[in-house]
Design a protein around this ligand. Structure first.
Ligand code: NAP
Length: 279
């Protein structure tokens, strides 16, 4: 079984992004990403540090906008102000949000062309309509890994476990746009393992530690493990039981070191692409 090295793919993307950012800076444009942080959550703080560090590496500005215990209106106003700020090219809003507030709700206040993490439902609609759109970077990362690993999609069967707005649903649309035959599974799917066995490519994004075992796989299938589940020892495991699938899968992304680093790299690549299209 081949282990797909997400860190190596992320490095290639960062190098490409660094070159594009340098070109833009030489033209007088500093690509700028605004990250709205409406929470003190530790996992979010870790992810935001990763973004800021990567932004620094690729030569772009990362503007952190920290909101302390905000209400919905403060989050909305912040996103509207950043949308109107011509020095900001990309905007992302971190979660968790204030109680009762969803990302789809406040995401609608991020200008569509600056919404590089696909939080504005308009981008999901554009994706469904087959128009150019920003997809959430985790969904885009799963597709990017398949592309950069030369996995053929056209006409192949893909099963996606998960139908969330940030991963499963946009990923299914991205794959459909690549002419894959896509089955979207969720918690009510019957005979899940049997449905997954039909797939040439299995993408697990359920948030259930190690739920995918060898009986979910067609021999030789490519498996993309999007899940990130904390362990009691302070580590991280995916949705795929790597030991169980090792003898059956053709290729597999590890956790950590698979989808995660590609997601961060792609987010910044999207920000630089947005800066380019706005300059
Ligand atoms: P989510 O909003 O909780 O959605 C989970 C989806 O999985 C739902 O559609 C749910 O079905 C389905 N599901 C849950 N248990 C299932 C089961 N036993 N069988 C079949 N389907 C099941 O989660 P998410 O935000 O999409 O994230 C999914 C995973 O990806 C999480 O582990 C998250 O940490 C990870 N993630 C990773 C990255 C990264 O950069 N690597 C980024 C984002 C998310 P229902 O709709 O029926 O409830």
């Amino acid at each position: 079984m081949k282990i797909i090295d997400g860190r190596a793919i992320a490095k290639t993307i960062r190098n490409e992004t660094g070159e594009s950012a340098e070109k833009l800076r030489s033209e007088g444009v500093t690509p700028t990403l605004a990250v709205v942080v409406p929470t003190e959550d530790e996992a979010t703080a870790w992810y935001v540090r990763q973004i800021a560090r990567t932004a620094d590496k690729v030569g772009m500005d990362c503007r952190l906008v920290r909101l302390h215990d905000p209400g919905r209106s403060e989050v909305v106003e912040t996103l509207q102000d950043l949308s109107a700020d011509s020095a900001v090219h990309g905007i992302i809003c971190q979660t968790p949000l204030p109680e009762g507030v969803t990302l789809s709700d406040v995401g609608a206040y991020i200008a569509q062309h600056k919404d590089i993490d696909g939080a504005n439902p308009e981008n999901l609609g554009r994706l469904a309509a087959g128009l150019t759109a920003w997809a959430p970077s985790t969904a885009a990362a799963a597709l990017e890994i398949l592309r950069r690993s030369d996995v053929q999609l056209d006409g192949r069967r893909v099963a996606v476990i998960g139908r969330s707005t940030v991963v499963g649903k946009p990923l299914a649309l991205l794959l459909l746009n690549e002419s894959a035959t896509v089955t979207v599974c969720h918690s009510k799917t019957r005979e899940l393992s049997r449905v997954c066995q039909e797939a040439d490519i299995l993408i697990a994004a359920a948030g259930r530690a190690q739920m995918v075992k060898n009986d979910f796989l067609k021999p030789g299938a490519t498996v993309i493990d999007v899940g990130t589940n904390p362990t009691s020892e302070g580590g991280l495991v995916g949705d795929v039981d790597h030991d169980s699938v090792a003898a059956v899968a053709g290729a597999l992304t590890p956790v950590p070191g698979g989808v995660g680093p590609v997601t961060t790299a792609l987010l910044l690549q999207h920000a630089v692409m947005a800066a380019k299209s706005q300059s």
